[in-house]
Design a protein around this ligand. Sequence first.
Ligand code: ARG
Ligand code: ZN
Length: 877
Amino acid sequence: MWKEASPRTIYLKDYQPVPWVIRTVDLDFRLHEKGTRVISRLTLERNPAFTGQAAELRLDGEGLKPVWLRLDGSELHGDAYGIDDQGLVLFNPPEQFVLESEVELAPEKNTTLQGLYRSGSMFCTQCEAEGFRHITWYLDRPDVMARFKVRLEADRDKYPVLLSNGNPLERGELPDNRHYAEWEDPHPKPSYLFALVAGKLKYIEDSFETASGRPVRLRIYVEPENIDKCDHAMQSLIRSMRWDEEKYGREYDLDVFNIVAVNDFNMGAMENKGLNIFNSKYVLARPDTATDDDYLGIEAVIAHEYFHNWTGNRITCRDWFQLSLKEGFTVYRDQEFSSDMGARGIKRIDDVRMLRAHQFAEDDSPMAHPVRPASYMEINNFYTVTVYEKGAEVVRMQANLLGPELFRKATDIYFDRFDGQAVTTDDFVRCMEDASGRDLTQFRHWYDYAGTPELTVQGEYHPDEQVYRLQVRQSVPDTPGQKNKPPFHIPLVVGLLDSHGRDMPLDRSDGSARPELLEVMEKEQTFEFRNLPEAPVPSLLRGFSAPVKLNYPYSDAELVFLMAHDSDGFNRWDAGQELAQRVLLKLVEQAPEGADMLAEFTHAFHRALDAAHSDPALLSEVLSLPSESLLGERMEVVDVEGIHAAREQVKAHIGKRLHDDLLSHYRDLGEEGEYQVTPETIGRRRLKNLLLTYLTASGSREAVDLCVQQYQAGHNMTDVIHALTLVADGDHPARQELLDDFAARWHADPLVMDKWFSVQARSSRKDTLERVMALQEHPAFSITNPNKVRALIGSFAMGNPFCFHSADGKGYTFLVDKVLQLDGINPQIAARLLRSMARWRHYDKARRELARGQLERVAGQNGISRDVYEVASKSLQ
Ligand code: ARG
Ligand code: ZN
């Protein structure tokens, strides 16, 4: 907890190598319900890369109860070292030495879920970013890579499974009904990749043979009641291993690969070497308990953590400012994997939808920061959509600039050059440069400057010359601490459509070999296309070729034209979204032309719905309305009630006007046969459930009965939870009955109950906040479990803008009450929740005052954590 006036800021520019490095680590864990001991033996030596003067060595360590300390075999004298709340200082250690220590820990009291802690009846760890310092004295920074050997011992009956990183060595029995196991990881690694698990677990097993013939034993460990929910995760793992060999030439490098699912976890999952630990949400799935999105999420996160074995573990980050080196690249890799496994076009739309909704919002908030931040107070606050998702976009742009062959050449260079090292995003970009011979100096701005660039484009056709000129202007908004930014290097992929909607051949006056790719590098730049017999309609930013906002003065008619004809699927969808936004924003304004626009829009909707042979998945994307938050981002001052009302109005209008047509399509898409997770079946379910949403909005009796029927049919969780969501959002007489039925059926399954909490927290009913407060007393809720907090409080604050931002400010007060309560339990989760207030300046004066008051209440609190303090103080800046 933070005790001084304000926490220290850490700067990238202050990076220094360590004076000593650790070569080997031997750890011995004596796990007990009380009084757990950790004995450590480190071999240290002077770091050849360190050139400064240093007589003392500081090892990180927090909350450790020292038992003894030895240097080269002898007990350390009191004047040779000092211990404070940050760690251990050795005043004058030799060039090379062995440091041994024993500390006592209390994992049973650890509610922060960092370091060693208990989840249910097991012991587990989370060490990224700085959890290892809560386990033993160490140089807890990613550029110290050492070889680990681990021995763990525990009660034989309560903890039959004992796991750590690397390959298993021996195991054996001990007196007092205890046993032990030893593990050795041959690959040097930073401490944040250390892990152990001890528990009463079951596993499923499979095997994989690597391209060069190494057999790997694969296991997924879960609590016994979940053993029938692991198959999808295992299949996803096997596919990931194959894909990384085929696409990147990367093989697995140990004899075993273990995954453990735990219920108490701060994030999604963790790539510990050879022992991935997962939030159970990203492992467990059965058709009746998990939705299509859960299945897709599992596939993506399993792949993400597996891919980290090369992009993160073999090559890691020099310091935490470089976090996107591993996260941005690994997200890019998992996105591409999911695209190859499923529906590429849909995946891209979903990723961009998420980027625009969350990352653009973050970039336009007081929490905005570059992909490579220049400073932080608490690194856990920087596991953000900017570092992850914008970071992935920055890698994607480089991949697209280079093209597939050169990009593969560049990644080969990267793996070859830096294997076994801790490096920087700059090192990564240099591989791109070396492979392609290109200069990416200007491109690096993407890493160093925050804010979403804006492109303003204008087109001019000159019939006499048969030439079309696109004038492109770019600007990057000011963000905290960064003003007047230089122009970026922005890949803008374009097409030109003729009056029939066909792509015209592109012939650039500068003779460019890739005429569709405009490399925007100046503040203002003109690109010229020649030999065009007629005026084109431009299709801009195809495939979302850069994470920017685009302004082009399209007429509504041109958007309808692009929606119908653009050969780029992403832009077809995007044109529809732009049109929908225009209609919705007009309705929010209550502008007179709103009604006509709505009629037009409904017409276009109808045509799209009835178009023969359309792919249900894409259709469901096209027919989905932009979210309330996305609409809010388009307004100077967010009109909370107006946006909600406009969306409801449009849904109801479409539901009524197209009722029978929607109904017959809904019936055609009905579920038959066994549940399958394929792009086709997922697409059909998505569309069917979207149609049900519109039907329900019409208020027809029939529609509401359909929801109840779909719920009761219980074919799969996707359909069940969607039906329940629709019923729970209204005043249907069956509402309470269905909610009770669901809880009665699933009360013992925590992940399914998360859905039940979330459905109620997202409801737009007037009594939602009251319900959320009451649900905290429900036996299935627990304030110490992050999934529960996210499901109930997180869903309310981040997934229900209408209720959270209610004009009376009660949503804000509730949230801050929870943040302050959680701060004493789990500061990481508390800080995450508080981020839902960061955009408070975008609201009207009354709400601003209420929000500011609540943020000040947090910032003024004594003894607040560094995590929460950083979010509160930056939000107020
Ligand atoms: N490296 C993990 C992943 O992206 C995330 C772990 C972050 N945990 C944390 N407490 N900051 O897969
Ligand atoms: Zn990651």
